[in-house]
Write a protein of this length. Structure first.
Length: 143
C-alpha cells in the first residue's frame, strides 16, 4: 500500500480508500465507443494516403520559386585620421522555375516507402481490432 501511495505521489501517512466493487460497462458501450488508438491509426492512414497521392501527382509537376533579399553593406575605415565609412543599399529578387526531368528514382523510392508505411498501418489496425475484440469477449465471459 505504501508503494502505491509513493507511486501516486501521496504521503504515506494519508489514508487511501479503495472502492472494493468494480463497475463493469455494458457490452453495447464497448462496441459503440471507439478506442483512441484505433482512431489514431485511422487518422494516420488518411494522412499516409494523402501523402502517397500527393507524391504520385507532384512528381511530374514543375515548381516555381520566388526569392528576394534587401540589406546594406558598408565599405571603409571609421577611425582617425582618415575616417571614411559609406553604406550602400544592396538587394536582389529572382524567380526560379524547375521541371524535374530525372531525379535519380528518389520520388519512386519515397512512394515505395509510403506504401510500406501504409501496409504497416493496416497491420496495426488489424492487430488493434483483434485486441479490442478479445477484450470484449473476455468481458463477456466474466458476466
Amino acid at each position: 500500500m505504501n508503494g502505491l501511495k509513493f507511486a501516486m505521489g501521496i504521503a504515506t501517512e494519508q489514508n487511501l480508500e479503495i472502492e472494493p466493487t468494480i463497475q463493469y460497462k455494458d457490452i453495447e458501450e464497448y462496441i459503440t465507443s471507439s478506442i483512441l488508438d484505433v482512431r489514431l491509426i485511422k487518422t494516420q492512414n488518411k494522412l499516409l494516403m494523402s501523402e502517397l497521392s500527393a507524391l504520385n501527382k507532384s512528381r511530374f509537376l514543375p515548381s516555381l520559386n520566388l526569392f528576394g533579399t534587401f540589406g546594406t553593406t558598408g565599405f571603409g575605415y571609421d577611425l582617425q585620421p582618415n575616417d571614411f565609412l559609406k553604406f550602400f543599399p544592396i538587394g536582389f529578387a529572382g524567380v526560379q522555375l524547375s521541371y524535374p526531368l530525372f531525379n535519380g528514382t528518389v520520388t519512386q523510392r519515397k512512394i515505395n516507402q509510403k506504401k510500406l508505411d501504409l501496409q504497416n498501418n493496416e497491420l496495426q489496425f488489424g492487430l488493434l481490432s483483434e485486441q479490442n475484440g478479445m477484450q470484449i469477449k473476455k468481458h463477456n465471459s466474466k458476466d
